[in-house]
Write a protein that binds this ligand. Structure first.
Ligand SMILES: [Zn+2]
Length: 135
């Protein structure tokens, strides 16, 4: 199980920026990431383990500076847990497979799901080839 891989494994595999966000629950600065304004067709995979987490169809412009989605690819691929850090009550989202920190999910989405998955670009990787095969 990749969940048991330790920091040394990930430090070796990831850039320092990716490591900070994915393994230390860091947050990239808004409007600096690779994907906040990208709307190409494809699927977004976990930067750490390659698991497909989001589809470009669920991506929307949230004007918050981070890639935002209104749904996860399949129920359960994204795990949620309470995060009460920084004096806020938020729901952290992580890759269910490898525990990589992705961002937070908020109940104020503008679409019918009512959800806004706010994700760091550094936590995901766009795969435009897999997207063509459909969901
Ligand atoms: Zn993962």
């Amino acid at each position: 199980m990749s969940k048991e891989k330790d920091d040394n494994y990930w430090r070796d595999k990831l850039t320092p920026e990716e490591f900070h966000v994915c393994r230390e629950s860091g947050t990239e600065r808004p409007f600096t990431g690779e994907y906040w304004d990208v709307f190409e067709d494809g699927v977004y995979r976990c930067r750490c383990c390659g698991e497909v987490l989001f589809h470009s169809d669920s991506k929307f412009e949230a004007h918050c500076g981070w890639p935002s989605f209104d749904a996860e690819m399949n129920e359960g691929v994204v795990a949620k847990r309470p995060d009460n850090s920084l004096g806020m009550q938020r729901i952290e989202i992580v890759c269910a497979k490898c525990d990589a920190h992705l961002g937070h999910v908020f109940p104020d989405g503008p679409t019918e799901t009512g959800l806004r998955y706010c994700v760091n670009s550094l936590s995901i990787k766009l795969d435009t080839e897999s997207g063509k095969e459909g969901k």
